[in-house]
Design a protein around this ligand. Structure first.
Ligand SMILES: [Zn+2]
Length: 293
């Protein structure tokens, strides 16, 4: 039977080097295959493919049947060939998500790679590779927690990310130096699927702001532009360093976060609940998870 034969061929193909890890996030033993692209993907990535109209032909290797045409196409493509085609020019600073990264990063990696083909046509990388970016983000207010639209400018030449409270304001409300900047997606904490926490140092203490953009591509373009600016800053600061050594220093997720009870320096003080963040080699605490400047 052709169908049974094809199922055997698919199971065999899945074991081949390259096809034994998810084409998009690197998770082991992917059980799904994109009939549109001819790549093997994990269940999490298969759900993202399925949600994108131009990529939505996804089948289960173990449960679905495949006709001869599909089988031949998948055999002729596979993960290594697709990688050579769609990942021709991925910038060193681009965040290649793993299966533990948040949905927004994984989805935009998949859309960028196959739908927009921005690693084949490098002019499509301009929104994050130009060294300058300006636009509006929703920023969480310090006092009432309301999100307000604020203008942001990222400039590699000035070495800073700034934001402005007033539309025509010339004086930025804050100037965040690129060398101290970090950005990490925090959807659960911020309560928005595209929520990004930006931290920076001012007067040697860590400050936070919490932002999002209602468009997930725009938000990831901001995130990638910050990584690009950090990358270029480090290339200048550490001439001769390998890209592989610089890339892990572009942005980082916090090592651990959560509530603990702490007491003050005097014995008479009671314990108070505080939000602790372990970042790099610093342990910080804040009055609540969303304390911003
Ligand atoms: Zn995956």
């Amino acid at each position: 039977m052709a169908k049974e034969r094809n199922s055997c061929v698919l199971r065999d193909l899945r074991q081949r080097p390259g096809n034994d890890i998810c084409a998009d996030c690197g998770a082991a033993e992917p059980d799904w295959v994109s009939v549109t692209l001819g790549v093997f993907v994990c269940q999490g990535c298969s759900l993202i493919h399925r949600s994108i109209l131009s990529l939505n032909q996804v089948k289960s290797v173990l449960q679905d049947t495949f006709d001869d045409k599909e089988t031949e196409f998948i055999a002729s493509m596979g993960n290594d060939a697709a990688k050579a085609k769609y990942e021709q020019q991925v910038p060193a600073f681009y965040c290649r998500p793993s299966h533990t990264d948040c949905r927004i990063l994984r989805e935009q990696w998949i859309r960028g790679k196959y739908e927009r083909q921005e690693f084949i046509h490098i002019e499509k990388q301009e929104p994050y590779s130009a060294g300058y970016r300006e636009g509006f983000l929703w920023k969480r207010g310090r006092d009432n927690g309301q999100f307000l639209s604020r203008k942001f400018i990222l400039s590699e030449r000035e070495g800073a990310l700034k934001y402005f409270n007033k539309q025509d304001g010339k004086e930025p409300k804050a100037t965040m130096r690129i060398e101290t900047l970090n950005a990490t997606f925090q959807p659960a904490k911020i309560g928005n699927p595209f929520g990004l926490q930006i931290t920076y140092l001012r007067d040697n203490s860590t400050r936070n702001i919490f932002v999002y953009h209602e468009d997930s591509k725009e938000m990831v373009d901001w995130f990638t532009a910050i990584r690009a600016a950090r990358f270029h800053y480090q290339k200048v600061a550490f001439p001769g360093a390998n890209d592989e050594d610089l890339v892990p220093r572009l942005t980082r997720n916090f090592m651990k976060e959560g509530y603990m009870e702490k007491t003050g320096p005097r014995h008479t003080e009671g314990f108070k609940k505080r939000w602790f963040t372990m970042d790099d080699r610093r342990l910080m605490y804040f009055k609540d998870p969303l304390v911003s400047e």
